[in-house]
Design a protein around this ligand. Structure first.
Ligand SMILES: [Fe+2]
Length: 195
């Protein structure tokens, strides 16, 4: 009989406890989620399992889990191409982003204009942090950023405070100060089962 990878089941149980504790305070719940994600991405059984996860190139996310009660979502991203990724935000959702394998860079941007001009956003690079196995970043609502893989395959697990795809448009920032909103990546169900 197949069942959830035990470390994954424990991660879900611990996240549910954190969301129950936080009583609707997403910032508090996601602070806890960040610590839990640090443990999860460093688990050897997760690393071993992740070696079989399919590539998500082509604007996809693996959908590992969506919680029926608290609404949080667990995604994974498997990058296999060395290219720069689009700059974006996650609207009002909090996101914890943790690296299971490989090396990635997180670029953070600051917004310079006041956001009143339609289709226009002036941004500048604020910082670049290099992450490797075990690195977890907490990205607050509307923070402008991009996650970039390197030459080698990289795998990240993401906890989102809520599902955005199909519900909320996220901001996109393009060269020439272009700004528009769009839907998030396609969700490919992938529930981390073992025999
Ligand atoms: Fe992101």
């Amino acid at each position: 009989m197949t069942q959830r990878l035990p470390a994954f089941q424990k991660f879900i149980d611990d996240l549910r406890a954190a969301f129950a504790d936080a009583e609707g305070d997403s910032a508090r719940a996601m602070g806890q989620a960040r610590s839990l994600l640090e443990g999860f991405v460093l688990d050897d059984s997760v690393l071993a399992h992740s070696r079989g996860w399919p590539s998500t190139e082509g604007h996809k996310n693996l959908l590992l889990y969506e919680d029926p009660d608290y609404g949080f979502v667990i995604n994974a991203v498997v990058r296999t191409e060395d290219k720069r990724r689009g700059i974006h935000d996650h609207a009002h959702a909090w996101t914890a982003y943790g690296l299971v394998d490989g090396v990635e860079e997180l670029d953070r941007y600051r917004r310079l204009d006041d956001g009143t001009r339609d289709g226009y956003a002036e941004i500048e690079l604020e910082s670049t942090t290099r992450g490797r196995r075990g690195t977890v970043d907490l990205v607050p609502p509307f923070a402008i950023h991009s996650e970039n893989g390197g030459k080698d395959r990289s795998v990240a697990v993401i906890v989102r405070s809520e599902r955005l795809v199909g519900k909320v448009e996220q901001g996109r920032y393009r060269p020439g100060n272009q700004y528009f909103t769009g839907t998030g990546p396609d969700q490919v169900p992938y529930p981390l089962m073992v025999d």
